[in-house]
Design a protein around this ligand. Structure first.
Ligand code: ZN
Length: 412
C-alpha cells in the first residue's frame, strides 16, 4: 500500500540523548536500545471513518520516537498496517449502503492527507490486511500444524481460533488480571460466547466465509483474517522477533497487543515479540473518551477545513504528556495557536538569546519518556526572553527553528 510523502529532517547541532521510554510490559521507563537500524511497528487505522484527534495523538507520539532515534543517528524501519477488512468497516459500509472497498480507500486516502499535514514521518512499509492475506494464511496454517490453533466444531462456519495459553507467556504484555482480561476481551471486539471455542479468551485467527461478507479462497478454506494475527504477521515478516517498539493507543494493550505477541511467540518459540510495548493515552472531549461509539469525534480534516494550522493541532496534542488521558478543548487549541505565533515571532527576530542550552534541554526532556510539556515550556522560556529582552545571537533563531523542526516536528 502506498505510504505518504516524507519531509526532510534536518540535523541538529550538539549532543543527542538516547531515548528512554515507558514499557507497559515492564511497568517502568527503560532505555530503548536500538541497533544501527531502529525498528518500530505501530498499529494503523481501520479505515471506516476519518482520522480523529485520538488517532492523531497516537501517531504523533510515535513520530517523536522516530525523530529521537533519527537524532541519535539511527536508521528507522517503521512499519504500520491498515486494517482494510474487518467487522467495523463492513458494518459501516452496510449501514451507509457503501462499497466497503471504496470506503476503505477513501478513508485511507484522507488519513494519508492528515498525516502529511501534521508532518508525521511516514512508515517505510505501509501494509494493508488484504494484501497480507497470503502471509496470514501461511502463518495460521503453521499455528494449526503446531497444535496451538484449532477449528471450532461447526460444519457450516469452521472458524479457526488460537489457544490463548499456547505461548506460555500470555498476560506478560498487559499484566492484566483474568477479570480485566475478560472485561476488555468482551468490550474490544472479542467473542467470548462463540459456541465451540475451547476457552472464552481464545482469539479468532481465520473467519470462515459467511454469505454477504468478503472472503478469500485459501488452503484454510474460504474466509478472512482475524485482527490480532494481521499485525503479528505484518510485523514479524518485516521486522523479525525482538523489534524495538510496538506502539498503539492504550485501548490496544489488551486483547490486541497481548495476542499479537502471543501468536508470534507461539509460532517462533522465541520471545519477546517486541522489546518495548508503548501506549499513548486517550484524548477526551467534554469529559468523555473520544470514540466513534460516543459520537464525540473531532476530525483532523474538519479542523484543517476550518483553516486551523496543522502545526497548532500538533502543538495542542503535544502540550500534554503522550501517556496521559487528556482533554481536547477550545482552550488547548487557542493556547497552541498563541504558542505557535510566539515561537514564530521569536525565531524571526534578527537577534535573540543564545539557544545552545535550549537545544540541550529539549533533547533531555524528550529523551525522558517524551516529556513534551517540559520541552514546550523550555521553548516558551527562550521565546519569551527573546521577545521581551531580545538578545545578541544572530544565529539562534535558525538553530531553534531547526531543533523544533527535527525534534518536535513543528515547522515554524
Ligand atoms: Zn495492530
Amino acid at each position: 500500500m502506498q505510504s505518504w510523502p516524507s519531509t526532510q529532517v534536518p540535523r541538529v547541532p550538539g549532543t543527542p540523548r538516547p531515548l528512554r521510554l515507558y514499557d507497559t510490559a515492564a511497568g517502568e521507563i527503560r532505555p530503548t536500545a536500538p541497533g544501527p537500524t531502529a525498528t518500530m511497528y505501530v498499529c494503523g487505522i481501520t479505515p471506516y471513518d476519518a482520522t480523529h484527534l485520538g488517532h492523531a495523538a497516537t501517531y504523533l507520539a510515535f513520530d517523536l520516537v522516530h525523530r529521537q532515534w533519527l537524532d541519535n543517528g539511527h536508521e528507522v524501519h517503521y512499519v504500520q498496517n491498515v486494517t482494510d477488512v474487518d467487522d467495523p468497516l463492513l458494518e459501516r459500509a452496510e449501514r451507509d449502503k457503501d462499497d466497503w472497498v471504496v470506503l476503505a480507500m477513501r478513508e485511507t486516502a484522507l488519513f494519508r492527507e492528515d498525516m502529511t499535514a501534521l508532518r508525521v514521518l511516514p512508515p517505510k512499509d505501509y501494509i494493508g490486511a488484504v494484501e497480507s492475506i497470503p502471509e496470514i494464511v501461511e502463518t495460521v496454517g503453521k499455528l494449526l500444524a503446531a497444535g496451538v490453533a484449532y477449528r471450532v466444531d461447526d460444519a457450516e462456519y469452521p472458524d479457526i481460533y488460537y489457544s490463548h495459553l499456547a505461548s506460555g507467556r500470555f498476560g506478560t504484555v498487559s499484566n492484566y488480571s483474568p477479570e480485566q482480561m475478560a472485561t476488555y476481551f468482551a468490550e474490544r471486539g472479542g467473542d467470548p460466547d462463540r459456541p465451540g471455542k475451547r476457552h472464552p479468551l481464545d482469539a479468532l485467527l481465520w473467519r470462515a466465509a459467511r454469505p454477504g461478507e468478503p472472503s478469500w479462497e485459501s488452503e484454510l478454506g474460504p474466509g478472512r483474517p482475524g485482527w490480532h494475527v494481521e499485525c503479528s504477521v505484518i510485523a514479524l515478516n518485516r521486522l523479525g522477533m525482538g523489534f524495538d517498539v510496538q506502539g498503539g493507543g492504550s485501548d490496544l494493550i489488551f486483547p490486541h497487543h497481548e495476542f499479537s505477541a502471543a501468536h508470534a511467540e507461539a509460532l517462533t518459540g522465541e520471545h519477546p515479540f517486541a522489546r518495548h510495548y508503548s501506549h499513548a493515552g486517550m484524548i477526551g472531549l467534554h469529559g468523555e473518551k473520544m470514540s466513534k461509539s460516543r459520537g464525540n469525534l473531532v476530525f483532523v480534516s474538519r479542523l484543517r477545513a476550518d483553516q486551523v494550522d496543522p502545526m497548532a493541532i500538533r502543538l495542542g496534542l503535544l502540550s500534554g504528556h503522550y501517556r496521559a488521558d487528556r482533554p481536547w478543548t477550545d482552550e488547548v487549541l487557542s493556547t497552541a495557536q498563541d504558542r505557535l505565533a510566539r515561537w514564530r515571532a521569536a525565531v524571526s527576530l534578527a537577534a535573540a538569546p543564545p539557544a545552545g542550552d535550549l537545544v540541550d534541554r529539549l533533547r533531555t526532556h524528550l529523551a525522558n519518556d517524551l516529556d513534551t510539556p517540559a520541552a514546550l515550556a523550555a521553548v516558551d522560556a527562550w521565546a519569551d526572553e527573546a521577545l521581551s529582552t531580545g538578545g545578541a545571537d544572530e544565529n539562534s533563531g535558525a538553530l531553534v527553528r531547526t531543533a523544533v523542526d527535527a525534534l518536535l516536528g513543528v515547522l515554524l
